[in-house]
Design a protein around this ligand. Structure first.
Ligand code: GH3
Ligand code: MG
Ligand code: MG
Ligand code: MG
Ligand code: MG
Length: 313
């Protein structure tokens, strides 16, 4: 326990220090208000004993500055020790952020009891702060679990579906097009059969990174849509733009050159891509994200049928 004593009268300060040390506390003394605030910032004491009549800024101003220095959720008990015994001084001191007010001459018995009481309150406050921090951290992890795919670290299907509806509505409002791309790894069952499931998982991570790395706009989103299927939503992109992005993403996966000797179409892992575009609210046949997904799925099927490792948008 570290106690900061802000007291300009040397004899009073000495008596307080002796008393505090007898109780087993560490005492630091500041002889005026400015030094008191500096010492508070530097030492971060557990309790402050604060005289009011000081040279320079008074104790009430010191209390105000101490409160302003504290970080969110932090609280350091401040007890005034003052010769001023009028209602106005007590009211002003506590309003400025002090927690208790003892009048001089100080009774050592009362001071000890007050210090112990403040210690208990400060401990409770610290536990509360710790609990809040743990809750924040748990909440952050929960949010991540809800939105992020655990294996690949890209968005999961839930996040993708939410984003797709959101972008659908936004693009409808702005009268902008929207493109959806679906990716499916070619002959991945055979890859798993030869490399094992862990080898397959490792390839999935690398493919996810390549696909997401090939996206360029901050509004684009890549998600793991199913086992070895990925999806990308490209807001404000029409079918011409969609073709270009799809081809770039297909090429990024091929460029990984992950060996796949059992693939009938080459020696490395490739993806097939199906894409569809619409002007939400304007394209008559495509009146929902579900229809857009279905169109992209059909395009993917055609990419597979046409020989794989290609994009049909
Ligand atoms: P193609 O798509 O070219 O028609 O052939 P394919 O063999 O890839 O066929 P399909 O897309 O139907 O295969 C899905 C396979 O992907 C099944 C399974 O072996 C593998 N797979 C799906 N999810 C996972 C996963 O989470 N981890 C691993 N390692 N493999 C997965
Ligand atoms: Mg004084
Ligand atoms: Mg598949
Ligand atoms: Mg299939
Ligand atoms: Mg596949």
């Amino acid at each position: 326990m570290k106690v900061l004593v802000v007291e300009d009268t040397a004899t009073t300060a000495a008596v307080l220090v002796r008393h505090l040390e007898a109780l087993g506390f560490d005492a630091i003394v500041a002889k005026n208000g400015e030094d008191g605030v500096d010492a508070f910032v530097r030492e971060r004491p557990d309790i402050v004993l604060l005289d009011i009549l000081l040279p320079g800024i008074d104790g009430i101003e010191v209390a105000r500055r101490i409160r302003a220095q504290e970080r969110d959720g932090e609280w350091t008990p401040v007890i005034y020790l003052s010769a001023k015994n009028d209602d106005a001084a007590i009211e002003a001191g506590l309003s400025a952020g002090g927690d208790d007010y003892l009048t001089k001459p100080i009774s050592p018995v009362v001071l000890t009891a007050k210090l112990r009481a403040m210690q208990r309150l400060a401990q409770a406050q610290k536990s509360l702060l710790l609990l809040t921090q743990r809750l924040d951290e748990a909440n952050r992890r929960l949010q991540e679990m809800v939105h992020v795919d655990g294996l690949t670290g890209v968005a999961n299907r839930r996040a993708f579906d939410a984003r797709l509806s959101e972008e659908w509505r936004r693009c409808a409002r702005l009268e902008k097009p929207l493109t959806l791309l679906l990716f499916d790894i070619d002959y991945f069952k055979r890859y798993n059969d030869s490399r094992g499931h862990l080898g397959g998982d490792d390839a999935l991570k690398r493919v996810a990174q390549a696909l997401s790395g090939a996206l360029q706009r901050p509004g684009d989103l890549l998600a793991r849509y199913g086992g070895e299927e990925f999806a990308a939503v490209l807001p404000e992109v029409d079918d011409e733009g969609g073709k270009i992005v799809a081809e770039r993403m297909r090429a990024a996966v091929a460029a990984l050159r992950i060996p796949h000797p059992d693939s009938p179409i080459g020696r490395s892992i490739t993806v097939s891509v199906g894409g569809a575009s619409a002007l939400p609210g304007k394209t008559a046949r495509v009146d929902s994200p579900a229809v857009l997904l279905d169109l992209a799925d059909r395009a993917l099927y055609r990419a597979k049928a046409a020989g794989r490792n290609r994009a049909v948008v």
